[in-house]
Design a protein around this ligand. Sequence first.
Ligand code: URA
Length: 212
Amino acid sequence: MYVNDRPADHPGMRIDPERDRVTYGGRVVRPPDVCTYILMNKPRGFVVTVDDPQGRRTVMDLIDGVEARVYPVGRLDMDTGGLLILTDDGDLAHRLMHPRFGVEKTYLAEVRGRPTDGALDQLAKGVHLEDGPAAPARVRRRNPSAIEVTIHEGRNRQVRRMCEVVGHPVQTLERVAFGPLVGSGLDRGKWRHLESNEVKALKQAVDLGGGV
Ligand code: URA
């Protein structure tokens, strides 16, 4: 193990987790608790940003008592509810959003009308959007007017636009899974720290090894 490129060769050596660079086997290791991981059940009507120049309510208004400078991982539309991760772990946040890692997100969409099997097939095969084709999606009917759509891209208003293309505009949209995290057990507008096994699962999903 090395601390700031020097061998850590005496027991009881003190490390400042904020400043010191610790490596083991050539890889940077981080002690637990350095980063903060939050899961929120986002309500509709809140902007997903740290600071809104227009002064609207943001998801940060829902969090208190957290000293770490967490920020939201990716975007949800103001009118979309459901699972939102906030963290100050830049590496994890970057990977969770990067298309290379293809992290799946599942949305429950209540749509106008009753989509036929044909419409669901179209969504599953990948519809054409104005900024290029949407990758194939996993689609499951939940009731005559509600479908679950799983995608691994994160384009702007993607699910809304996909549903629009097949003639069934979204009426309400909710993210119900983010990678390995399915559901939150949280009331609307509430948040909690992620359990260490949840952080581990997220890291494993993006090749960060799952160490905390
Ligand atoms: N797709 C959308 O259309 N909106 C979201 O907020 C997330 C995915």
